[in-house]
Design a protein around this ligand. Structure first.
Ligand code: SF4
Ligand code: SF4
Ligand code: SF4
Length: 282
């Protein structure tokens, strides 16, 4: 039904990539699954309104999943959906219809379709609050607000904060099968964590030399993982203290300390300088 008046639309135009893959509006990425839901909606339209005709304006069809390409072909061959390769330049009203004007780049001609209903395959964007949540969890996010995985190939569901895993469209535009697969992978990772009696942590964590620490607590404010707290010694002195199970070994605190009192175990300043010297001598 047409949302404006509940009329049954006989001519439906779908516009793919509406707002995606367009650097000029700050969304250069592909929204990943709209090619498929456009094909699905076009098939459903024909199923429910047999005398309807659907058109799809597209840049290129991205259907890399299992059976996806066949599904898109079915929309064209079995359901008669007309795919027009080209971008829409203008949509304007004419009576109770909308005229969709675009270019057919395969035929090199201009095309106009008078539609009863125009459906935009709009861009997938991240949640407006995604950055705020990422900062709370101390995980990274990209310029579009999607969370960043530990490694695209080797750590696809992990983040740079241990114990925080990713699943679904928070990481980027993703369809249902991919989200379910990633969710299952993240759940397995959590299960593996809880299946052990003891948690193993990376030995490369920060350590404070309490004799050198002057208690300025600059490191406390800079630690992105809130792994440093203040501690009062028996003599009343305040020093920094690292919570080893929380420390991610990022090394930010070591470059902040004005006294060199906090060092990353196995990567102390002296050890790194010794390595540099050894390399330079070769
Ligand atoms: S999935 Fe298809 S319609 Fe969606 S942005 Fe990518 S190419 Fe365009
Ligand atoms: S920055 Fe250095 S001196 Fe200051 S509290 Fe931290 S470890 Fe101590
Ligand atoms: S190494 Fe990184 S995570 Fe560990 S205490 Fe220092 S700043 Fe925090």
């Amino acid at each position: 039904m047409r949302p404006s008046d509940n009329a049954e639309p006989k001519t439906v135009v779908f516009v793919a990539c509406a707002g995606s893959r367009d650097k000029s509006i700050g969304i250069p990425y592909c929204s990943n699954f709209c090619c498929m839901y456009i094909a699905k909606q076009a098939i459903l339209t024909k199923d429910h309104i047999p005398d309807s005709q659907s058109y799809v304006f597209y840049m290129d069809i991205r259907s890399p999943g299992k059976g996806y390409d066949e599904f898109t072909r079915r929309a064209q061959e079995e359901y008669g959906v007309k795919y027009i390769r080209g971008r829409v330049s203008r949509i304007y009203p004419k009576g109770n219809k909308m005229v969709v004007r675009g270019a057919d780049t395969l035929l090199g001609t201009q095309v106009e379709v008078e539609a009863d209903l125009v459906v935009l395959g709009t861009a997938v964007i991240s949640n407006a609050d995604a950055g705020h949540m990422a900062e709370k969890l101390h995980i990274s996010y990209d310029t579009f607000g999607f969370y960043v995985e530990g490694h695209p190939k080797l750590r696809p569901v992990e983040t740079n904060t241990s114990g925080v895993f990713l699943a679904g469209a928070c990481q980027g535009p993703k369809d249902i099968p991919a989200s379910v697969g990633q969710g299952s992978a993240a759940a397995s990772k959590v299960q593996a964590l809880f299946s052990k009696d003891m948690l193993e942590s990376d030995p490369a964590v920060a350590k404070v030399n309490i004799n050198a620490c002057v208690g300025c607590l600059k490191c406390v404010g800079t630690c992105p993982f809130q792994a440093i707290k203040e501690k009062e010694l028996r003599d009343g002195r305040i020093v920094a203290d690292v919570i080893e199970t929380v420390c991610a070994g990022c090394g930010v605190c070591t470059s902040t300390c004005p006294c060199g009192a906090i060092q990353l175990q196995h990567f102390t300043d002296n050890q790194i300088l010794a390595e540099v010297n050894a390399i330079c001598l070769k």
